[in-house]
Ligand binder design. Structure first.
Ligand code: KG4
Ligand code: ZN
Length: 426
């Protein structure tokens, strides 16, 4: 069902300009009535000074200037899984601030993310974090021109927390609000860096839930070239870590352990690399790791420390090699010279280095975000949302979350439909 947008929700500043004009008009009217009752001369001077004071005190001039320069300051909210992220992105000056709270300790005893605990913790943290980021940047609610939040894919309860808060604040502040696709956020995160990639490019999205190769013409113009048929790369790292009795998230832990590993003691398979195409599969690698650990541990619970490190090295080597082979293939097939890697696994140093080396031979360059913006964060959502909000997209008043949401269904920037609206039509 389509709802009418909020009356102040059409554009960031027009709503406030209109509101300011109405309130100023009402004040003039009251002052006019009062002063007119005294004397016409007093009326002119008092009313003029009052009017000038009101205009200077109001945000009218500031809003008009920003409106004419088409600038936006957007609050981004990320709550799709186990990280609460908030950030403020300004289209003129860039990222103003970002804050992140990780729930790792909340889930530590369970060996993975517990959805119900995740939702509750987002409820506890989100509003105080928004208050704090506004205080840190000395901004007030009235300085925010739009709100962007992760509407999916992710854990339904966790998404609903971010969606409810974002939608309610948008309504209260009279600014447009927009649901953002989490993976579009990841994909655009390298745009927050000093030397951002230029469109078109190939993106390798490697997170805990996704492994995809995407051809990116522009924002919202995505073609999936290949994806994992089973586990995601990050998920494979997490599962391999669990087999070695390491806590979640396993990716950074395997990477650290692999530093002490000996190259060449084990050789793990490179799944699906001997056939054409750009799809991935990591579940076989998971089974291979499980069997290797079982074989090496003998009578004890785990293999000895050096063997664990050697297994971690061989596992990481196989994942990185597989990703590299497919990226090289995608670059060769498309003729594009830019590869963006994004999502939690793009923080992996071995992956970055191997891709840079392999692609340099093809005259292609690799781009990625700083580590904090590879994993989940609010900055990427603020940035992605800002681009779409500036293009005039925003949602209606309904609070929605989309747990499963194909990236290639997103509308281009020129569309007059928001991403969430097109997801509902699917
Ligand atoms: O993007 P992200 O924070 O969350 C999702 O959207 O899923 O990615 C989290 C994933 C986890 O599976 C984690 O183990 C993996 O990224 N990861 C890494 C590294 N840092 C995080 N994997 C390999 N090496 C890393 N350095
Ligand atoms: Zn993510």
């Amino acid at each position: 069902m389509q709802h009418k947008p909020h009356k102040f929700g059409y554009s960031p500043c027009w709503g406030r300009v209109f509101y300011t004009l109405v309130t100023l008009g009402a004040k003039f009217f009251v002052v006019g009535l009062f002063t007119k009752a005294i004397e016409p001369v007093v009326f002119t001077s008092v009313a003029h000074y009052y009017a000038l004071g009101q205009i200077l005190r109001s945000r009218l001039l500031l809003d008009l200037a920003r409106l004419l320069r088409k600038e936006m300051r957007v609050l981004g909210i990320e709550t799709s899984c186990d990280e609460t992220g908030v950030a403020i992105y300004d289209s003129d000056t860039g990222l103003l601030a970002d804050a992140l709270y990780s729930q790792v300790e909340v889930h530590a005893d369970y060996g993975g993310v517990v959805p119900e605990l995740a939702s509750r913790d987002h409820v506890r943290k989100l509003l105080p974090m928004i208050r704090q980021i506004l205080a840190d940047t000395a901004l007030q609610a009235g300085d925010i021109d739009g709100i962007a939040y992760t509407a999916g894919p992710g854990l339904i309860g966790a998404l609903m927390v971010g969606g409810s808060v974002a939608r309610s604040l948008g309504y209260a502040w009279g600014v447009p609000t927009l649901g953002v696709h989490h993976m579009e956020g990841h994909l655009l995160a390298p745009m927050l860096e000093d030397n951002p990639p230029q469109y078109p490019f190939i993106a390798l999205l490697v997170s805990g839930g996704h492994t995809q190769l995407v051809s990116v013409k522009a924002i919202g113009e995505y073609e999936i070239l290949g994806e994992s048929l089973d586990d995601a790369a990050g998920e494979a790292f997490d599962k391999a870590a669990k087999m070695l009795d390491m806590d979640y998230p396993g990716g950074p832990r395997i990477a650290k352990l692999a530093e002490k590993g000996e190259a060449g003691r084990f050789r793990f398979p490179r799944p699906m690399c001997d056939r054409p195409g750009l799809d991935f599969s990591f579940s076989g690698l998971k089974t291979f790791t499980l069997n290797t650990v079982a074989k090496e541990r003998g009578a004890s619970v785990l293999p000895d420390e050096q063997t664990q490190a050697d297994i971690a090295w061989a596992f990481q080597d196989a994942v990185v090699d597989t990703l590299m082979i497919k990226c090289r293939r995608a670059i060769k097939e498309t003729g594009l010279k830019t590869l963006v890697i994004a999502g939690g696994v793009s923080a992996n140093i071995c992956l970055r280095e191997r891709l840079e080396k392999a692609l340099a031979k093809l005259d292609a360059k690799v781009f990625y975000a700083r580590n904090a913006f590879c994993t989940d964060n609010g900055a990427m959502i603020a940035y992605a949302g800002c681009q779409r909000l500036m293009a005039g997209q925003h949602d209606d008043l309904t609070i929605r979350a989309v747990p499963r949401w194909p990236l290639d269904t997103l509308p281009p920037l020129q569309s007059n439909q928001s991403a969430l609206a097109s997801a509902i039509e699917e």
